[in-house]
Structures are given as structure tokens and as C-alpha cells.
Design a protein around this ligand. Structure first.
Ligand SMILES: [Zn+2]
Length: 279
């Protein structure tokens, strides 16, 4: 599934269509008024997380490439496109396949919070941290995939960030020390930026340290592989160097011990000292 950085690349690859007018819109996508798109100029190509957005005055189109989506610029695949746009004056064409296409109202500013887009200039780390603090029972692996907190983070970024910050995917957010929670937010953003650079350079996979890997490059032992959390996405992790912080119960057993014997004995002693013997 394309993650946020890949959608930024799509946005940049299609920037040349901005200012051009749609001559014809077609494709198998339901709920899109194809006829009404003809004659509309493209005002902007935008991205929010894993959403690619085509802005026209009358409507915006939201394309989500899902697991197997693809696109062709000024080219076609031997398949029925979900959305096909052709532009005026031989301005080229844009085709999307095996994806979700939805027509939205044109006012994208009201529909999207750009502060949660991991790739956006408006990314707000403090807001992400605030949202994570409100979810103490959420697992780290689920938190990173939550598109309302980290829009654009997918399974690759999840596995790599957890490995980088030495955090077990099943660690509960409420058990993390504050600095580890901050590191989670910081490195999600840092890794997403590196992902973009590596993808553009064609070296993304060469930089993977955990995702799809068989063993831990730090400990030289096999990775655990499991579909974890409520998202049930593949996790690759090392149980030696990726820490699953103890729960509050395990970390502070004293607080949970019913009544300790020692204080009771000292109470008896002090009482006997205060009370003189009967004889
Ligand atoms: Zn390790």
C-alpha cells in the first residue's frame, strides 16, 4: 500500500496538469459525476496522508490507491481504469487503476486537518503527542497506523520507526516514558522524510532494517513476525532490543501488595512500648 511519501511523489509527478482543463472524464468509479468534470480546470493537486486529491472549482476527487492501486501518466495499462482524465489541447492524460475514487465537495480546507498529515508543512507534532497521551491503552503498532494521528504512515514506516526507537509493537502508550512517546512522534516524521528521499533515489528497500527482514541487525537473532494489534498488519520486531515497557502493575508491585506485614508489626511494637506491662 503506498504510504504518504509515495503520494507526495504522485502529487509532484502530476503537478504539470495544474492549470489544464479536463476535456473528458471517464472510468468505472461509481459516485463520480464524470460528465460534470468535463470543462473543469485543475486548480491544484494535493495530498493528505494516503489520499491524492485533485481540486477543481466544482468538486474535488479523492483517490486512495488501497493495497494494489496504480496509475499511469500519459500512458495506459491494459485494464479498465477507475478514473481516466484527459486534458484539453492534447494536454495529456491521467489514469488510475484498482483504487477507490470519491467525489468530495470542493472546500478541502474544511474537510481535512493538514496538521495530522505526516508529510505536510503544517504537521503538528504537539497535536500528535496530545492525541497519543489520550490513548493510554492503545498499542504502539496501532497508534502509528492511526490515520487520524499519523496520516500517511503505513506498515513500512511503522515497522522501521518501532525498530529505530527500540520499541516493541505491543507496548501500551500509557506505559511509555514521556521521552519515548516524544521519540515516537519525532521519528515518525523523520523517517517519513527519509522514506521520500530514498524512494526518489530508488534506494528505499535497501534502507529497510526491519520491514520484511529475517533477523535483527543489532542483536543478530531472528526477528519475530506476527500480525499484531487491532490493525492485524505484519510486524517484524526483535524481542531483545525492542522494549515492551512494563505495565504500571508490573513496574510498581508494592503499590498493589495488600497490607504489608512489616508496618503492622511495628504498630504492635510501638503500642507495647506505649502501654506499660500489666505487672
Ligand atoms: Zn535486536
Amino acid at each position: 500500500m503506498p504510504e504518504g511519501p509515495s503520494i507526495v511523489i504522485l502529487r509532484e509527478q502530476t503537478a504539470g496538469f495544474v492549470g489544464k482543463t479536463i476535456a473528458h472524464a471517464g472510468g468505472s468509479a461509481k459516485d463520480v459525476d464524470m460528465a460534470a468534470l468535463a470543462g473543469q480546470p485543475v486548480l491544484a493537486m494535493r495530498s493528505w496522508g494516503k489520499h491524492f486529491l485533485i481540486q477543481t472549482p466544482a468538486a474535488a476527487l479523492r483517490i486512495h490507491l488501497l493495497m494494489f492501486g496504480s496509475y499511469r501518466i500519459n500512458a495506459r495499462k491494459d485494464a479498465v481504469p477507475r478514473l481516466s482524465l484527459r486534458f484539453d489541447d492534447d494536454g495529456g492524460e491521467l489514469n488510475f487503476y484498482t483504487c477507490s475514487v470519491k467525489q468530495l465537495a470542493p472546500d478541502l480546507e474544511r474537510q481535512y486537518d493538514w496538521r495530522v498529515d505526516i508529510m505536510s508543512d503544517q504537521w503538528d507534532a504537539a497535536l500528535a503527542l496530545k492525541k497519543l497521551r489520550a490513548l493510554p491503552d492503545t498499542l504502539a503498532c496501532d497508534a502509528l497506523l492511526d490515520q487520524t494521528i499519523f496520516a500517511g504512515v503505513g506498515n513500512i514506516i511503522k515497522n522501521e520507526v518501532l525498530f529505530r526507537i527500540r520499541l516493541h509493537p505491543l507496548a501500551r502508550l500509557g506505559d511509555l516514558p514521556p521521552r519515548k512517546l516524544r521519540e515516537l512522534v519525532e521519528q515518525a516524521r523523520v523517517y517519513a522524510g527519509e522514506f521520500l528521499e530514498w524512494k526518489l533515489a530508488g534506494t528505499l528497500k535497501a534502507h529497510w532494517l526491519a520491514h520484511t527482514k529475517s533477523g535483527c541487525p543489532r542483536c543478530h537473532i531472528p526477528f519475530h513476525r506476527a500480525q499484531l494489534g487491532k490493525t492485524q498488519r505484519r510486524s517484524f520486531f526483535c524481542t531483545r532490543c525492542q522494549k515492551q515497557y512494563p505495565t504500571a502493575r508490573e513496574a510498581a508491585p508494592d503499590l498493589l501488595t495488600p497490607l504489608a506485614i512489616t508496618p503492622a508489626r511495628s504498630d504492635n511494637k510501638s503500642r507495647s512500648q506505649r502501654t506499660p506491662p500489666a505487672s
